[in-house]
Design a protein around this ligand. Structure first.
Ligand SMILES: Cc1cc2nc3c(=O)[nH]c(=O)nc-3n(C[C@H](O)[C@H](O)[C@H](O)COP(=O)(O)OP(=O)(O)OC[C@H]3O[C@@H](n4cnc5c(N)ncnc54)[C@H](O)[C@@H]3O)c2cc1C
Length: 390
């Protein structure tokens, strides 16, 4: 059973991801798959321009000079920040910090000003109101994000959209004689005497000795998944003009109901789409009020927020919008997360797990992590059942 999932796209005469997507140079597994599927010439590496909205102003934070000019941190704060980043990069094993709160690590290594003016808004943008985020997550993230030039970080995008990767993967699977069922929902896993018997689906019962669960909704239903997940709301807007001039990614510290704005057409040329595209995103919990609102109500709140940040923005500038929501969009990398990671084999015979909850998706869930988990799990299944098919 396959659908594009979180990496899925809207088809608007062109493909554009429902949730913004790019890859990092450290995502080597997905790059290998992109190559094998003949899509390498579409993978482009571009410098992502990063901004930070604080105290009523966008601060660009890409070049050493821009960082030196950032007045919310004193020179001393910047020295402390640079030292903390360097020490994180030099760490051999960030995962030993699994039980240390990220907040504590930052304040101990720097000071409260660096925490409040730099890290806290990033944590809020990423984890909403969660406080107990593990330092192992933060340190591993800093280590991973190393593809920087003096102009900023280089990130990769598949020109024409990641939908092409999803389609090519499905094509390849089918070309090997396997069946891909789109839009077919698994209602229930059927287990007898601690052994998998098959799955109950909207298209009837499918008998099977081996099943791989790839989605938290099913692993949770079996109570083998103790991970907490975040919800995400992500709106995409189409406009005739640019919202943020040259900024691709804007982190925000302001009284608005979202944590970041990502202007896709400030990474990939507008000419590919014939219009400007930007995302507005909130990470949250189901209990948050905004989660309960209708799509239209959320978009109205977002538009109000954008107008607060950009006085030249008028809602009439927006030609169209789409809104995507996901219930299981990222694990909360909280204290002790390492012990919650699910192994590929389960205690139920014939039942395997490979997805956001697997080890390749720590310290950050990604397309790379889920593809890698899928391959590693498949290898484990073939070993268990004694076949060697790839
Ligand atoms: C806002 C946002 C931005 C992101 N940005 C990036 C990025 O820049 N780079 C990156 O690499 N990753 C990014 N990700 C993460 C990335 O999209 C995911 O980590 C990855 O796609 C997860 O893939 P998956 O197959 O494990 O899970 P999912 O994408 O969640 O796929 C699960 C699939 O299972 C299906 N399913 C669920 N329940 C059932 C059922 N009962 N029966 C049948 N099918 C079912 C779903 O429809 C879905 O197709 C982002 C995610 C979000 C939310």
């Amino acid at each position: 059973m396959i659908a594009s999932g979180l990496a899925g796209s809207y088809a608007r005469g062109y493909f554009i991801e429902k949730f913004y997507h790019h890859i990092f140079s450290s995502d080597v597994f997905i790059q290998q798959i992109i190559k094998e599927l003949g899509l390498l010439e579409k993978l482009e590496w571009r410098t992502a321009s990063i901004g930070y909205y604080i105290d009523d102003k966008i601060h660009r934070l890409n070049t050493p000079l821009e960082i030196l000019r950032f007045e919310q941190l004193s020179f001393f704060d910047k020295v402390l920040l640079a030292k903390a980043v360097l020490s994180a990069r030099q760490l051999k094993d960030p995962f030993v910090f699994d039980d240390v709160p990220a907040t504590r690590w930052v304040i101990e290594k720097t000071n409260r000003s660096v925490y409040e003016n730099f890290f806290e808004p990033l944590f809020k943008g990423k984890f909403g109101e969660y406080k107990n985020i593990s330092a192992a997550w933060l340190l591993s993230r800093i280590k991973l994000r190393s593809n920087r030039t003096l102009k900023g970080e280089r990130i990769g995008y598949l020109r024409g959209g990641f939908q092409q990767l999803v389609d090519k993967m499905a094509e390849k699977i089918e070309s090997r004689g396997c069946e891909v069922r789109r839009g077919c929902e698994v209602k229930r896993l059927v287990i007898g005497n601690n052994k998998v018997e098959g799955v109950e689906t909207t298209e009837g019962f499918l008998a099977s000795d081996n099943v791989i669960i790839t989605t938290p909704s099913l692993s949770k239903a079996l109570s083998i998944d103790r991970i907490r997940y975040q919800c995400t709301i992500c709106a995409l807007f189409g406009m005739e003009r640019s919202l943020m001039e040259d900024v691709y990614w804007l982190n925000i510290k302001a009284d608005v109901p979202f944590g970041a704005i990502i202007e896709h057409t400030n990474l990939i040329p507008r000419a590919d789409y014939g219009e400007n595209l930007f995302y507005v995103v909130s990470y949250l919990q189901e209990s948050d009020q905004i989660w309960k609102k209708s799509d239209k109500e959320i978009v109205d709140l977002y538009l109000e927020g954008i107008a607060k940040l950009f006085p030249n923005f008028h809602r009439e500038d927006v030609k169209w919008w789409e809104l995507a929501r996901g219930r299981f969009t990222a694990p909360v990398y909280e204290l002790g997360y390492k012990n919650k990671i699910l192994p590929y084999s389960s205690h139920i015979e014939g039942l395997y797990l490979a997805g956001m909850f697997s080890s390749p998706n720590y310290p950050e869930r990604s397309m790379n992590g889920s593809i890698r988990a899928g391959f590693e799990c498949a290898r484990e299944v073939t070993k268990m059942v004694g076949i060697s098919c790839y």
